[in-house]
Write a protein that binds this ligand. Structure first.
Ligand code: SIN
Length: 534
């Protein structure tokens, strides 16, 4: 029922560009891959500018075992424990060891992390057994890293950056991608990009849930497009909910970084009681899934729609250590030096995605993925805080290097035509459909799920698909809506298949982890479902 393509097209009638490499998405992973490919004609597409990437909005920092008290082995152990038995030890090994090399390189090329005197300042976050997280300008790490890498890419003459461009479709012929159909939102035109290799680094899909920390353009497009062109997706049931997002009516769901708890922030329920040690010996610094569910439990027990972060124990000057959070809260009338911050969980990070090997290769020949859109096996069922920027650097580099092997390929210039099968002359309010997807996913496939809510969600999404796919939407909002429907269905299906609770996937009807039957991955592709051992 899911269409192969979203629009009618005839490649002979469309304008086209020929490049060596097409990279879709320019957060840390996409730009890092592009910098590896700087000697070739490389195009990077941004859907909505640098500030629309999740990298730009990341606060806490980059986890790396560079402190004198730390080691890659400890970092590996924490990552594997948090991943709840589903991370690939090989991928994690690469992450923690090559991560140190990548960070040393970026420092020597000019990126300055915050210091405490003449040593780097390492902060702490949930699930880490020691202080391990480098940061920049207090809580503005993502912005600083994104700007730094973006400037480097801009300075390269072979790298072309196109803003406000949307990947509509990828055309797969004999398990090879021949070209991409791209929409230029400013000129309102569709064109073809032929490349020798294609890299998707489009981020996660937070906006398929009502509450999310993600920028509004993060709607899972790359992952849904990969599925439609035949790639394998994996671990789709694992969506991480960040425990602490600012919660005031009318205010955006702004992230309140976990490093706030790392520096001594305390969670209190609406009665003012500290509660985290009732749930885990690490208290406020327990892994994210545990803190998230503890908050939900407390909200239910106290009949409140949020809990609170109390920052009074933090020794640092809050204005200096957390300038973005300080200013944001002040704008909504909360002085964090004196008052508690109202917080609740929201969708934050997709552990699942396009299945890749350790070099970013997918199940399709010249097709690669990196960053949050990819599943390299690092995060398993639950990501360790601040491992994602590190993953972007490490696997973005590896992906760029392995994509380079495709440089000798020839372009195939066959003609393709596709006529959209049925055009229904019906009115579809796309924004209403998006809102409905988001609230259904939040209610039925959110922090806690069970068979009845999952079946109900699957039924609803399938009904909506019946008429949404009858309509040809020639615009970004339309393409996004269809991608959201597809991914919502796949996440719901995977969540329904996994009949246990593990990491971020919590089933009320199967509350225990079941290692005997479920220490394996669910792989979903167009022609069905498979299982893969860890
Ligand atoms: C945070 O600052 O809490 C986010 C860090 C992350 O998601 O890794």
């Amino acid at each position: 029922m899911i269409p192969d393509f979203f629009i009618s097209f005839d490649t002979e009638k469309l304008p086209f560009e020929e490049v060596d490499f097409l990279i879709v998405g320019g957060g840390i992973a996409g730009i890092t891959a592009a910098l590896q490919l700087k000697n070739f004609r490389t195009v990077v597409l941004y859907k909505n500018g640098l500030s629309g990437t999740s990298t730009y909005n990341a606060q806490g920092g980059i986890a790396v075992a560079m402190a004198p008290w730390d080691s890659p082995e400890k970092h590996k152990k924490d990552t594997l424990i948090t991943g709840c038995g589903l991370s690939s030890p090989e991928s994690v090994d690469i992450l923690v060891n090559e991560g140190i090399e990548r960070i040393k390189e970026i420092i020597s090329s000019g990126l300055a992390f915050d210091r405490d005197g003449n040593r780097y300042h390492f902060t702490r976050e949930g699930g880490h057994s020691c202080r391990r997280i480098l940061h920049i300008d207090g809580d503005s790490t993502g912005k600083a890293v994104a700007n730094f890498l973006y400037k480097k890419a801009l300075a390269e003459k072979n790298i072309k950056i196109f803003h406000s461009h949307f990947l509509i479709d990828l055309i797969n012929k004999d398990n090879r991608i021949e070209f991409a159909l791209v929409y230029d939102e400013k000129k309102k035109r569709v064109f073809v990009i032929r490349a020798k290799a294609f890299i998707l680094a489009t981020g996660g899909a937070g906006n398929i849930f009502q509450e999310t920390t993600n920028p509004s353009v993060i709607t899972g497009d790359g992952i849904a497009t990969a599925y439609r062109c035949g790639a394998e997706l994996i671990d789709l049931e694992f969506y991480q909910f960040h425990p602490t997002t600012f919660y005031q009516a009318g205010a955006p769901r702004f992230l309140i970084s976990e490093s706030v708890r790392g520096e001594g922030g305390i969670l209190r329920n609406s009665k003012g009681e500290r509660f985290m040690f009732n749930y885990h010996p690490m208290g406020e610094l327990a892994p994210r899934d545990i803190v998230t569910r503890a908050i939900v439990d407390q909200m239910k027990a106290t009949g409140s729609n949020c809990v609170y972060l109390d920052l009074k124990e933090i020794k640092d000057d809050l204005k200096k250590r957390f300038p973005s959070i300080y200013n944001f809260c002040m704008n909504y009338g909360i002085d964090i030096e004196k008052e508690y911050i109202p917080v609740r969980p929201s969708a934050h990070y997709f552990m699942g995605g396009i299945k890749t090997d350790i070099n970013g290769r997918t199940s399709i020949e010249n097709f690669f993925a990196c960053g949050e859109a990819a599943c390299t096996g690092v995060h398993g069922a639950n990501r360790l805080a601040s491992n994602s920027l590190l993953e972007g650097l490490v696997f973005g580099t590896r992906t760029g290097i392995s994509a380079m092997e495709e440089i000798g390929r020839k372009f195939i210039k066959s003609r393709y035509r596709y006529a959209f099968p049925q055009k229904a002359d019906i009115l579809i309010d796309k924004e209403d459909l998006k809102r409905s997807i988001r609230s259904l996913m939040w209610r039925n496939v959110g922090i806690e799920r069970e068979e009845i809510t999952l079946k109900n969600a699957e039924g609803k999404i399938t009904e909506w698909m019946k008429y949404a796919f009858l309509k040809e939407f020639p615009d970004t909002t339309g393409f996004e809506t269809l991608n959201m429907l597809i991914l919502a269905l796949l996440i719901t299906k995977a969540s329904s298949i996994r009949k246990e609770s593990r990491g971020a996937h919590f089933r009320k009807d199967y509350p225990e982890q079941d290692d005997k039957n479920w220490r394996k991955h669910i792989v979903i592709k167009k022609d069905g479902v498979e299982y893969k051992e860890v």
